[in-house]
Design a protein around this ligand. Structure first.
Ligand code: ATP
Length: 273
C-alpha cells in the first residue's frame, strides 16, 4: 500500500457519499479518490449507480450524505456562481455524446468556446482546429454529423468535451456502440487527451478489457457500494469473485441479473391488464 497522497494532489474526493432517488437508496458510503493527472474507470452492473455518481461529482445532483470535494472545493458549500465556474472546468461526454446535427464538425467543437468565452473569431478558429487535430479530424472540419462514421462522431464529441481545456473530464460509456477498432482509437485518445491536457479523467464503462489497457485505477460498484478497486495489474491478478465475473464476462456470479423486485405475486397484482 502506497503512502496517502496530500490533499492538493487529489482532484476529486468522494467521501462516504450516500444518494437516494426519492426514498430509493442508490449509493451508500461511497469512497473514491481521483488523483490529479490520473485516468480512473468506474465499472459495475447495469443500473448500479455509475451515471448517478458522475452526476454527483458534476454537481448536477446533491448527495443525501457525505461530502464531495472537487479541486479542494466542497461542492455543497459552493454558491451557484462558483458552481457554474467550476463546471466550466469540467468536460463531459455523456452516453453516445450526441453532436448537434444541424451544426458542422467545426461549429460543434466551437460551441462551448462561443458559449463560455468572449474569444475573438481567429482564436476560436485556431483552438477548434487544434482540438480537431488532436483527435485526427482536422480535415473533417467542414463535414456535417450525418457524414461521419460512429467512431468519427465520437472523436468529434471528444474534441468538443476538451474544447475549454478542462481540469476534469468525465466520460459516460464512451465506447458504447463502437466497432473494435474505433473503440481502441477512442480509448487511446482518452488517455492521450488526459495526459496532454494534464487533466484527470473519470470513465464509466462496461469495457473491462479496454479499461485495463488505458486506465490507472479501477473502481467496481455493486449494490450501491464500492466492492473492489485496484490498478489494472491488481485487477488482472484479483481472485475476488465479483472482479473475476466482470473481467471474464461470466453469467454466473455475485452480479445480480434481476433489477430488485418484490415478491412475484405482488408484481402480478400491481400490473393489472
Ligand atoms: N432521475 C431518476 N429518478 C429516479 N430513479 C433514477 C433516476 N435516474 C436513475 N435512476 C435509477 O437509479 C439507478 C441507478 O441509475 P444509473 O443510471 O446511475 O445506473 P448506471 O450504473 O449508470 O446504469 P447503466 O450502466 O445501465 O447505464 C437505476 O436503478 C435507475 O433506474
Amino acid at each position: 500500500m502506497s503512502a496517502p497522497l496530500p490533499a492538493e494532489d487529489i482532484l476529486v474526493d468522494v467521501s462516504n457519499v450516500d444518494f437516494a432517488y426519492d426514498k430509493r437508496p442508490i449509493l451508500s458510503g461511497i469512497n473514491l479518490r481521483i488523483p490529479r493527472g490520473k485516468l480512473v474507470a468506474i465499472m459495475g452492473g447495469s443500473g448500479c449507480g455509475k451515471t448517478t455518481l458522475l452526476r454527483l461529482i458534476g454537481g448536477q445532483l446533491r448527495p443525501t450524505g457525505g461530502q464531495i470535494r472537487v479541486a479542494e472545493h466542497d461542492l455543497a458549500s459552493l454558491s451557484r456562481r462558483d458552481m457554474y465556474r467550476l463546471r466550466r472546468r469540467v468536460g463531459m461526454l455523456f452516453q453516445f455524446g450526441a453532436l448537434f446535427t444541424d451544426l458542422s464538425v467545426f461549429e460543434n467543437v466551437a460551441f462551448p468556446l462561443r458559449e463560455h468565452t468572449d474569444l475573438p473569431e481567429d482564436m476560436i478558429r485556431d483552438l477548434v482546429l487544434m482540438k480537431l487535430h488532436a483527435v485526427g479530424l482536422r480535415g473533417a472540419h467542414k463535414l456535417m454529423p450525418n457524414e461521419l462514421s460512429g467512431g468519427m462522431a465520437r472523436r468529434v464529441a471528444l474534441a468538443r468535451a476538451v474544447a475549454l481545456d478542462p481540469m476534469l473530464i468525465m466520460y459516460d460509456e464512451p465506447f458504447a456502440g463502437l466497432d473494435p477498432i474505433s473503440l481502441a482509437v477512442v480509448g487511446q485518445l482518452i488517455r492521450k487527451l488526459n495526459d496532454a491536457l494534464g487533466a484527470s479523467s473519470i470513465m464509466v464503462t462496461h469495457d473491462v478489457h479496454e479499461s485495463l489497457e488505458i486506465v490507472d485505477y479501477i473502481y467496481f460498484l455493486s449494490g450501491g457500494k464500492v466492492v473492489a478497486q485496484g490498478t489494472p495489474d491488481e485487477i488482472r491478478a484479483s481472485t475476488d469473485p465479483f472482479v473475476k465475473q466482470f473481467v471474464n464476462a461470466e453469467t454466473d456470479g455475485p452480479l445480480p441479473f434481476h433489477f430488485p423486485s418484490d415478491d412475484y405475486r405482488k408484481t402480478l397484482m400491481e400490473v393489472r391488464p
